[in-house]
Design a protein around this ligand. Structure first.
Ligand SMILES: Cc1ncc(COP(=O)(O)O)c(C=O)c1O
Length: 386
């Protein structure tokens, strides 16, 4: 038990020592197969040599000058992101919640409207704007008053979304796959409708790719798989392969609303973070990397569906790429503990979903080893229950 830290996190009985590739070592010398990537951040694996080298090089050149300076590194990374997304303007922040704050502020300013529509069970962050956009009462608890102007529609309900998005709506913010909300994939028809209605009513479409971005679902960004046309995209987590950094990308014509003094953050886009992002995006662009993610994904879904559909506690295996949810009939905490005892770390998503977010670079062999342990733990927990 910590004496000095606020107990904001429900921590496991494991102390992080070091990590390499898709293996984490704890201070007692135990080694774990990593099926969580630091909550979907270390997508290219821990200590990826090219990323370490890039950060190390910058570390000795200077960490931070401030955004009063021109930064070549920011320009270069923004160009890479613009190329990858088709959105020409980038604002750099330090975390997912900050990228979403920037998006919400920009949308209100650009449209002159107040209302932000989001979806039930969504997660967009913990600062006031992003928290208000988060459609989960438990995240809001105790923090009233929340900022005004936020409203929620049920996820995957095209009809309700069409009713909520009106000529007063500044923006709709949506995840293509709800991560924290239980690894719930958006249905194509729902997301298409949201895109269409937002466009028709002059509301901006903000896609939150904080968890789904940077190759996680087999494309650089998940909205590309769905063929959506967002006005703004936010990304964090995997952007710097675990280095704290985030970006909000927006359409070229939005730039006039974010002029000097309108928004900012002291450390956003610092050269150290930019070195991490540039190297991460280079790795993401490695020929074959994303098709390997798709191959591994097929392997995972085949493996889990076969094993788990025979189980009496698994109700569904869902997700895309290497973002996988195993929905169970019972709370998954005991299954995750059992997995840890057997040498695998993975995540919950809500109370009853096991969430797997392995590094995209994990070998098929280690992935299979990990999955075998996941299915064993599920079976054994089901037995204990019976
Ligand atoms: C979809 C989504 N948006 C935003 C956030 C918030 O990101 P951060 O924790 O970096 O502020 C998260 C974090 O889990 C997320 O999954």
């Amino acid at each position: 038990m910590s004496k000095h830290l606020f107990p904001t996190y429900k921590r496991w009985d494991l102390t992080f020592d070091s990590a390499h590739g898709s293996e984490i070592t704890t201070t007692d010398g135990r080694k774990f197969i990593d099926l969580m990537s630091g909550i979907g951040t270390v997508n290219m694996g821990h200590n990826h040599p090219e990323i370490v080298e890039a950060v190390e090089k910058q570390l000795h050149r200077g960490w931070h000058g401030s955004n009063f300076f021109q930064y070549d590194q920011q320009e270069q990374v923004a160009a890479l992101l613009a190329d990858a997304s088709g959105l020409d303007r980038v604002f750099f922040a330090n975390s997912g919640t900050e990228a979403n704050e920037a998006a919400i502020k920009l949308a209100r300013k650009a449209t002159g409207r107040e209302e932000i529509v989001s979806f039930t069970q969504s997660f967009h962050g913990r600062t006031y704007g992003s928290m208000a956009a988060t459609g989960q009462a438990k995240i809001h608890e105790g923090y009233a008053p929340l900022p005004a102007g936020f409203t929620y529609a049920p996820y995957n309900d095209a009809e309700q979304a069409e009713k909520k998005i009106t000529s007063d709506t500044a923006a709709v913010i949506v995840e293509t796959i709800q991560g924290e909300g239980g690894v719930v994939p958006g249905e194509q028809a729902f997301l298409d409708k949201v895109n269409e209605v937002a466009n028709a009513r002059g509301a901006l479409l903000i896609i939150d790719e904080v968890q789904t971005g940077i190759g996680r679902t087999g494309e650089p960004f998940s909205y590309q798989k769905y063929g959506l046309r967002p006005d703004i995209v936010t990304v964090a987590k995997g952007l710097g392969n675990g280095f704290p950094v985030a970006a909000m990308m927006g359409r070229e014509d939005l730039q006039s609303y974010f002029g000097p003094g309108s928004h900012g953050t002291t450390l956003g886009g610092n050269p150290l973070a930019m070195a991490a992002v540039q190297a991460t995006l280079n790795v993401l662009n490695t020929p074959g990397l994303l098709s390997e993610v798709e191959d591994k994904s097929k392997h995972v879904f085949q493996h889990l569906q076969k094993q788990c559909e025979a189980s009496d506690i698994v109700t569904e295996v869902r997700g895309a790429g290497l973002m996988i949810g195993i929905a169970c009939e019972q709370p998954v905490a005991p299954i995750l503990t059992k997995m840890q005892e057997k040498g695998v770390v993975a995540l919950p998503a809500g109370e009853k979903v096991i969430r797997l977010l392995p590094p995209l670079t994990i070998s098929e062999e280690r992935l299979t080893q990990g999955l075998d342990i996941v299915t064993e733990a599920i079976k054994e927990t089901a037995k204990t229950k019976a």
